[in-house]
Design a protein around this ligand. Structure first.
Ligand SMILES: CCCCC/C=C/C(=O)SCCNC(=O)CCNC(=O)[C@H](O)C(C)(C)COP(=O)(O)OP(=O)(O)OC[C@H]1O[C@@H](n2cnc3c(N)ncnc32)[C@H](O)[C@@H]1OP(=O)(O)O
Ligand SMILES: NC(=O)C1=CN([C@@H]2O[C@H](COP(=O)(O)OP(=O)(O)OC[C@H]3O[C@@H](n4cnc5c(N)ncnc54)[C@H](OP(=O)(O)O)[C@@H]3O)[C@@H](O)[C@H]2O)C=CC1
Length: 257
Protein backbone atom coordinates (compact mmCIF):
# COMPACT_ATOMS: atom_id res chain seq x y z
CA UNK A 1 0.00 0.00 0.00
CA UNK A 2 2.75 2.51 0.94
CA UNK A 3 5.44 3.53 -1.59
CA UNK A 4 8.59 1.37 -1.51
CA UNK A 5 11.26 2.81 0.80
CA UNK A 6 8.73 4.56 3.06
CA UNK A 7 10.71 3.40 6.11
CA UNK A 8 14.22 3.53 4.60
CA UNK A 9 16.79 4.43 7.28
CA UNK A 10 14.25 3.95 10.09
CA UNK A 11 14.41 1.51 13.01
CA UNK A 12 11.17 -0.08 14.21
CA UNK A 13 10.74 -2.16 17.38
CA UNK A 14 7.92 -4.71 17.35
CA UNK A 15 7.04 -6.52 20.56
CA UNK A 16 5.74 -10.04 20.02
CA UNK A 17 7.24 -9.92 16.55
CA UNK A 18 8.01 -13.64 16.53
CA UNK A 19 4.53 -14.85 15.56
CA UNK A 20 1.01 -13.93 14.51
CA UNK A 21 0.12 -10.34 13.69
CA UNK A 22 3.43 -8.99 15.05
CA UNK A 23 5.44 -11.17 12.67
CA UNK A 24 3.44 -9.89 9.68
CA UNK A 25 3.83 -6.26 10.79
CA UNK A 26 7.60 -6.86 10.98
CA UNK A 27 7.66 -8.36 7.46
CA UNK A 28 5.74 -5.39 6.03
CA UNK A 29 7.97 -2.81 7.72
CA UNK A 30 11.13 -4.62 6.61
CA UNK A 31 9.82 -4.80 3.02
CA UNK A 32 9.30 -1.01 3.18
CA UNK A 33 12.93 -0.48 4.17
CA UNK A 34 12.90 -0.41 7.99
CA UNK A 35 15.38 -2.23 10.16
CA UNK A 36 13.05 -4.27 12.35
CA UNK A 37 13.86 -5.28 15.91
CA UNK A 38 11.70 -8.06 17.32
CA UNK A 39 11.11 -8.67 21.02
CA UNK A 40 9.66 -11.89 22.43
CA UNK A 41 10.32 -14.53 25.05
CA UNK A 42 11.21 -17.50 22.79
CA UNK A 43 14.68 -17.16 21.22
CA UNK A 44 14.08 -19.98 18.69
CA UNK A 45 10.92 -18.36 17.34
CA UNK A 46 12.73 -15.00 17.06
CA UNK A 47 15.70 -16.58 15.25
CA UNK A 48 13.43 -18.23 12.70
CA UNK A 49 11.53 -15.03 11.81
CA UNK A 50 14.69 -12.90 11.72
CA UNK A 51 16.36 -15.41 9.37
CA UNK A 52 13.40 -15.45 7.03
CA UNK A 53 13.15 -11.63 6.90
CA UNK A 54 16.88 -11.46 6.09
CA UNK A 55 16.46 -14.12 3.38
CA UNK A 56 13.82 -11.90 1.81
CA UNK A 57 16.37 -9.04 1.72
CA UNK A 58 15.26 -7.21 4.87
CA UNK A 59 17.22 -6.02 7.88
CA UNK A 60 16.16 -7.61 11.18
CA UNK A 61 17.35 -8.52 14.67
CA UNK A 62 15.71 -10.34 17.56
CA UNK A 63 16.11 -9.87 21.30
CA UNK A 64 14.75 -12.27 23.89
CA UNK A 65 12.84 -10.13 26.38
CA UNK A 66 9.73 -10.38 28.50
CA UNK A 67 8.01 -7.00 28.22
CA UNK A 68 6.96 -7.29 31.88
CA UNK A 69 10.62 -6.96 32.87
CA UNK A 70 11.33 -3.21 32.90
CA UNK A 71 15.10 -3.58 33.38
CA UNK A 72 15.38 -6.01 30.47
CA UNK A 73 13.26 -3.77 28.22
CA UNK A 74 15.47 -0.76 29.02
CA UNK A 75 18.67 -2.77 28.48
CA UNK A 76 17.50 -4.17 25.13
CA UNK A 77 16.31 -0.80 23.82
CA UNK A 78 19.61 0.82 24.90
CA UNK A 79 21.46 -1.92 22.98
CA UNK A 80 19.30 -1.25 19.91
CA UNK A 81 20.20 2.47 20.04
CA UNK A 82 23.89 1.57 20.49
CA UNK A 83 23.82 -0.80 17.54
CA UNK A 84 21.67 1.15 15.07
CA UNK A 85 21.98 4.71 16.39
CA UNK A 86 18.22 5.28 16.67
CA UNK A 87 14.70 4.00 17.27
CA UNK A 88 11.94 5.67 15.22
CA UNK A 89 8.89 3.47 15.67
CA UNK A 90 7.39 1.15 18.25
CA UNK A 91 4.60 -1.40 17.85
CA UNK A 92 3.12 -2.62 21.15
CA UNK A 93 1.80 -5.95 19.93
CA UNK A 94 2.84 -8.53 22.58
CA UNK A 95 -0.15 -9.84 24.52
CA UNK A 96 -1.41 -12.73 26.58
CA UNK A 97 -5.01 -13.82 26.85
CA UNK A 98 -7.21 -16.76 27.84
CA UNK A 99 -10.87 -17.27 28.62
CA UNK A 100 -11.79 -17.39 32.29
CA UNK A 101 -14.92 -16.34 34.18
CA UNK A 102 -14.17 -13.21 36.26
CA UNK A 103 -15.36 -14.80 39.52
CA UNK A 104 -12.92 -17.67 38.96
CA UNK A 105 -9.89 -15.64 37.90
CA UNK A 106 -6.89 -15.90 40.29
CA UNK A 107 -4.89 -12.76 41.19
CA UNK A 108 -1.95 -14.23 39.31
CA UNK A 109 -4.04 -14.83 36.19
CA UNK A 110 -5.20 -11.19 36.23
CA UNK A 111 -1.63 -9.99 36.79
CA UNK A 112 -0.14 -12.18 34.04
CA UNK A 113 -2.28 -10.53 31.37
CA UNK A 114 -2.37 -6.98 32.74
CA UNK A 115 1.40 -6.94 33.19
CA UNK A 116 2.07 -8.12 29.65
CA UNK A 117 -0.47 -5.87 27.94
CA UNK A 118 -0.63 -2.68 30.01
CA UNK A 119 2.64 -2.63 31.96
CA UNK A 120 4.61 -4.05 29.01
CA UNK A 121 3.23 -1.42 26.64
CA UNK A 122 4.01 1.29 29.19
CA UNK A 123 7.60 0.09 29.73
CA UNK A 124 8.31 0.07 26.00
CA UNK A 125 6.47 3.30 25.20
CA UNK A 126 8.02 5.37 27.98
CA UNK A 127 11.52 4.08 27.18
CA UNK A 128 11.17 4.75 23.44
CA UNK A 129 9.46 8.10 24.12
CA UNK A 130 12.37 9.26 26.29
CA UNK A 131 14.77 8.35 23.48
CA UNK A 132 12.68 10.23 20.90
CA UNK A 133 12.41 13.34 23.08
CA UNK A 134 16.14 13.29 23.87
CA UNK A 135 17.06 13.13 20.17
CA UNK A 136 14.83 16.12 19.38
CA UNK A 137 11.48 14.49 18.67
CA UNK A 138 9.66 12.80 15.80
CA UNK A 139 8.67 9.16 15.65
CA UNK A 140 5.49 7.17 16.13
CA UNK A 141 3.94 4.38 18.17
CA UNK A 142 1.09 2.02 17.32
CA UNK A 143 -0.42 -0.25 19.97
CA UNK A 144 -2.69 -3.16 19.13
CA UNK A 145 -6.08 -2.98 20.81
CA UNK A 146 -9.06 -5.29 21.00
CA UNK A 147 -12.82 -4.71 20.61
CA UNK A 148 -13.60 -6.06 24.13
CA UNK A 149 -11.72 -2.99 25.43
CA UNK A 150 -14.49 -0.89 23.85
CA UNK A 151 -17.57 -3.04 24.50
CA UNK A 152 -16.61 -5.51 27.26
CA UNK A 153 -16.27 -9.30 27.23
CA UNK A 154 -17.34 -11.51 30.15
CA UNK A 155 -14.64 -14.14 29.48
CA UNK A 156 -11.59 -11.89 29.06
CA UNK A 157 -12.01 -9.09 31.62
CA UNK A 158 -8.24 -8.99 32.28
CA UNK A 159 -7.38 -8.46 28.60
CA UNK A 160 -10.28 -6.05 27.95
CA UNK A 161 -9.28 -3.94 30.98
CA UNK A 162 -5.60 -3.89 30.09
CA UNK A 163 -6.26 -2.96 26.46
CA UNK A 164 -8.66 -0.19 27.57
CA UNK A 165 -5.74 1.07 29.64
CA UNK A 166 -3.48 1.00 26.59
CA UNK A 167 -6.03 3.10 24.70
CA UNK A 168 -6.14 5.65 27.54
CA UNK A 169 -2.34 5.64 27.70
CA UNK A 170 -2.20 6.29 23.95
CA UNK A 171 -4.56 9.26 24.12
CA UNK A 172 -2.79 10.71 27.16
CA UNK A 173 0.69 10.48 25.64
CA UNK A 174 -0.57 11.77 22.28
CA UNK A 175 -1.52 14.97 24.10
CA UNK A 176 1.67 15.09 26.19
CA UNK A 177 4.12 14.35 23.38
CA UNK A 178 2.42 16.05 20.41
CA UNK A 179 4.68 19.04 20.85
CA UNK A 180 7.69 16.73 20.36
CA UNK A 181 6.26 15.51 17.05
CA UNK A 182 5.63 12.05 18.50
CA UNK A 183 2.37 10.41 17.38
CA UNK A 184 0.63 7.51 19.10
CA UNK A 185 -2.35 5.54 17.78
CA UNK A 186 -4.15 2.22 18.29
CA UNK A 187 -5.19 -0.35 15.71
CA UNK A 188 -8.00 -2.60 16.94
CA UNK A 189 -8.38 -5.80 14.91
CA UNK A 190 -11.33 -8.13 14.84
CA UNK A 191 -10.61 -11.85 14.91
CA UNK A 192 -7.65 -12.43 12.61
CA UNK A 193 -6.84 -15.76 10.98
CA UNK A 194 -3.64 -17.73 11.61
CA UNK A 195 -2.85 -16.19 15.01
CA UNK A 196 -2.48 -17.12 18.67
CA UNK A 197 -5.87 -15.55 19.39
CA UNK A 198 -7.65 -18.06 17.17
CA UNK A 199 -5.91 -21.05 18.75
CA UNK A 200 -6.09 -19.65 22.29
CA UNK A 201 -9.62 -18.20 22.36
CA UNK A 202 -11.62 -19.83 19.55
CA UNK A 203 -10.45 -23.45 19.80
CA UNK A 204 -13.71 -24.73 21.28
CA UNK A 205 -15.86 -26.61 18.78
CA UNK A 206 -18.02 -24.22 16.75
CA UNK A 207 -16.60 -21.03 18.33
CA UNK A 208 -14.81 -19.84 15.19
CA UNK A 209 -17.85 -20.47 12.95
CA UNK A 210 -20.22 -18.82 15.45
CA UNK A 211 -18.09 -15.67 15.46
CA UNK A 212 -18.01 -15.64 11.67
CA UNK A 213 -21.78 -15.40 11.53
CA UNK A 214 -21.67 -12.11 13.42
CA UNK A 215 -19.39 -10.34 10.93
CA UNK A 216 -21.15 -8.21 8.29
CA UNK A 217 -18.43 -8.73 5.65
CA UNK A 218 -18.69 -12.50 6.19
CA UNK A 219 -15.07 -13.38 6.97
CA UNK A 220 -12.35 -12.90 9.51
CA UNK A 221 -9.42 -10.52 8.96
CA UNK A 222 -6.10 -11.65 7.54
CA UNK A 223 -2.78 -10.59 9.06
CA UNK A 224 -1.78 -8.44 6.06
CA UNK A 225 -4.89 -6.27 6.46
CA UNK A 226 -3.92 -5.44 10.03
CA UNK A 227 -0.25 -4.89 9.15
CA UNK A 228 -1.16 -2.45 6.36
CA UNK A 229 -3.14 -0.28 8.78
CA UNK A 230 -0.27 -0.34 11.27
CA UNK A 231 2.33 0.67 8.67
CA UNK A 232 0.10 3.53 7.49
CA UNK A 233 -0.33 4.92 11.00
CA UNK A 234 3.39 4.59 11.72
CA UNK A 235 4.32 6.32 8.47
CA UNK A 236 4.69 10.01 7.61
CA UNK A 237 1.51 9.69 5.51
CA UNK A 238 -0.39 9.75 8.83
CA UNK A 239 1.51 12.81 10.05
CA UNK A 240 -1.65 14.57 11.30
CA UNK A 241 -3.23 11.50 12.95
CA UNK A 242 -2.64 11.02 16.66
CA UNK A 243 -4.50 9.64 19.68
CA UNK A 244 -6.89 7.67 17.43
CA UNK A 245 -8.21 4.11 17.42
CA UNK A 246 -8.72 2.45 14.03
CA UNK A 247 -11.14 -0.50 14.35
CA UNK A 248 -10.68 -3.13 11.62
CA UNK A 249 -13.29 -5.77 12.37
CA UNK A 250 -15.36 -6.20 9.19
CA UNK A 251 -18.19 -4.32 10.88
CA UNK A 252 -18.46 -6.87 13.73
CA UNK A 253 -18.87 -4.19 16.42
CA UNK A 254 -21.49 -2.14 14.54
CA UNK A 255 -24.73 -2.25 16.45
CA UNK A 256 -22.95 -3.21 19.69
CA UNK A 257 -21.83 0.26 20.70
C1 LIG B 1 -12.53 -10.45 18.62
C2 LIG B 1 -11.30 -11.15 18.98
C3 LIG B 1 -10.79 -10.78 20.33
C4 LIG B 1 -9.38 -11.29 20.55
C5 LIG B 1 -8.74 -10.47 21.59
C6 LIG B 1 -7.31 -10.61 21.86
C7 LIG B 1 -6.62 -11.60 21.81
C8 LIG B 1 -5.26 -11.76 22.32
O1 LIG B 1 -4.66 -11.04 23.06
S1 LIG B 1 -4.67 -13.10 21.77
C9 LIG B 1 -3.03 -13.32 22.32
C10 LIG B 1 -2.99 -14.76 22.48
N1 LIG B 1 -1.63 -15.14 22.70
C11 LIG B 1 -1.21 -15.49 23.88
O2 LIG B 1 -1.92 -15.53 24.90
C12 LIG B 1 0.22 -15.88 23.88
C13 LIG B 1 0.90 -15.53 25.18
N2 LIG B 1 0.24 -16.20 26.33
C14 LIG B 1 0.90 -16.61 27.41
O3 LIG B 1 2.09 -16.49 27.51
C15 LIG B 1 0.10 -17.26 28.52
O4 LIG B 1 -1.14 -17.69 28.04
C16 LIG B 1 -0.10 -16.33 29.74
C17 LIG B 1 -0.87 -15.06 29.35
C18 LIG B 1 -0.86 -17.09 30.81
C19 LIG B 1 1.21 -15.85 30.36
O5 LIG B 1 2.10 -16.89 30.58
P1 LIG B 1 2.91 -17.02 31.97
O6 LIG B 1 3.44 -15.73 32.40
O7 LIG B 1 3.86 -18.15 31.77
O8 LIG B 1 1.78 -17.35 32.99
P2 LIG B 1 1.43 -18.69 33.76
O9 LIG B 1 1.27 -19.84 32.81
O10 LIG B 1 2.40 -18.84 34.88
O11 LIG B 1 -0.02 -18.35 34.33
C20 LIG B 1 -0.22 -17.20 35.16
C21 LIG B 1 -1.54 -17.35 35.87
O12 LIG B 1 -2.59 -17.41 34.91
C22 LIG B 1 -3.37 -18.59 35.10
N3 LIG B 1 -3.87 -19.07 33.82
C23 LIG B 1 -3.16 -19.31 32.71
N4 LIG B 1 -3.96 -19.80 31.74
C24 LIG B 1 -5.20 -19.86 32.28
C25 LIG B 1 -6.47 -20.29 31.78
N5 LIG B 1 -6.60 -20.74 30.52
N6 LIG B 1 -7.53 -20.22 32.60
C26 LIG B 1 -7.42 -19.76 33.86
N7 LIG B 1 -6.23 -19.33 34.41
C27 LIG B 1 -5.16 -19.40 33.61
C28 LIG B 1 -2.37 -19.56 35.69
O13 LIG B 1 -3.05 -20.63 36.33
C29 LIG B 1 -1.62 -18.66 36.64
O14 LIG B 1 -2.38 -18.40 37.79
P3 LIG B 1 -2.15 -19.20 39.18
O15 LIG B 1 -2.45 -20.64 38.88
O16 LIG B 1 -3.09 -18.58 40.14
O17 LIG B 1 -0.70 -19.00 39.55
N1 LIG C 1 -5.37 -12.41 16.51
C1 LIG C 1 -6.51 -11.75 16.72
O1 LIG C 1 -7.58 -12.17 16.24
C2 LIG C 1 -6.51 -10.53 17.54
C3 LIG C 1 -5.37 -10.09 18.13
N2 LIG C 1 -5.38 -8.93 18.83
C4 LIG C 1 -4.13 -8.42 19.37
O2 LIG C 1 -3.13 -8.53 18.37
C5 LIG C 1 -1.86 -8.78 18.98
C6 LIG C 1 -1.24 -10.03 18.40
O3 LIG C 1 -2.12 -11.12 18.64
P1 LIG C 1 -1.80 -12.54 17.98
O4 LIG C 1 -1.04 -12.36 16.74
O5 LIG C 1 -3.07 -13.28 17.97
O6 LIG C 1 -0.87 -13.15 19.12
P2 LIG C 1 0.11 -14.42 19.11
O7 LIG C 1 -0.22 -15.22 20.30
O8 LIG C 1 0.11 -15.07 17.77
O9 LIG C 1 1.51 -13.70 19.34
C7 LIG C 1 1.78 -13.05 20.51
C8 LIG C 1 3.21 -12.62 20.49
O10 LIG C 1 3.49 -11.90 21.70
C9 LIG C 1 4.68 -12.42 22.28
N3 LIG C 1 4.58 -12.28 23.73
C10 LIG C 1 3.61 -12.76 24.55
N4 LIG C 1 3.88 -12.47 25.82
C11 LIG C 1 5.04 -11.75 25.80
C12 LIG C 1 5.82 -11.16 26.80
N5 LIG C 1 5.49 -11.25 28.09
N6 LIG C 1 6.95 -10.48 26.44
C13 LIG C 1 7.31 -10.41 25.13
N7 LIG C 1 6.60 -10.96 24.15
C14 LIG C 1 5.47 -11.63 24.47
C15 LIG C 1 4.72 -13.88 21.82
O11 LIG C 1 6.05 -14.36 21.77
P3 LIG C 1 6.66 -15.27 22.97
O12 LIG C 1 5.63 -16.28 23.31
O13 LIG C 1 7.91 -15.81 22.37
O14 LIG C 1 6.94 -14.31 24.07
C16 LIG C 1 4.18 -13.76 20.41
O15 LIG C 1 5.21 -13.43 19.51
C17 LIG C 1 -2.14 -8.85 20.47
O16 LIG C 1 -1.92 -7.59 21.04
C18 LIG C 1 -3.60 -9.22 20.54
O17 LIG C 1 -4.18 -8.83 21.75
C19 LIG C 1 -6.50 -8.18 19.00
C20 LIG C 1 -7.68 -8.60 18.46
C21 LIG C 1 -7.79 -9.80 17.67
Amino acid sequence: MLPPGSFEGRVAVITGGSSGIGETIARHLAALGATVVLLGRRPDALREVVASIREAGGSAAGFAADVRDRERVEAVLAEVVDRYGRIDHLVNNAAGNFRVAPEEMSPNAWNAVVRIVLDGSWHCTQTVGRHLIARGGGGSVVSIGTTPALFGDPDTAHSASAKAGVLAMTKSLAIAWGRHGIRLNVVTPGLTDDTGAVSQLFAAEGAYAANLEKIPVGRHANRDEIAEAVTYLLSDHAGYVTGQNLVIDGGRSLGIG
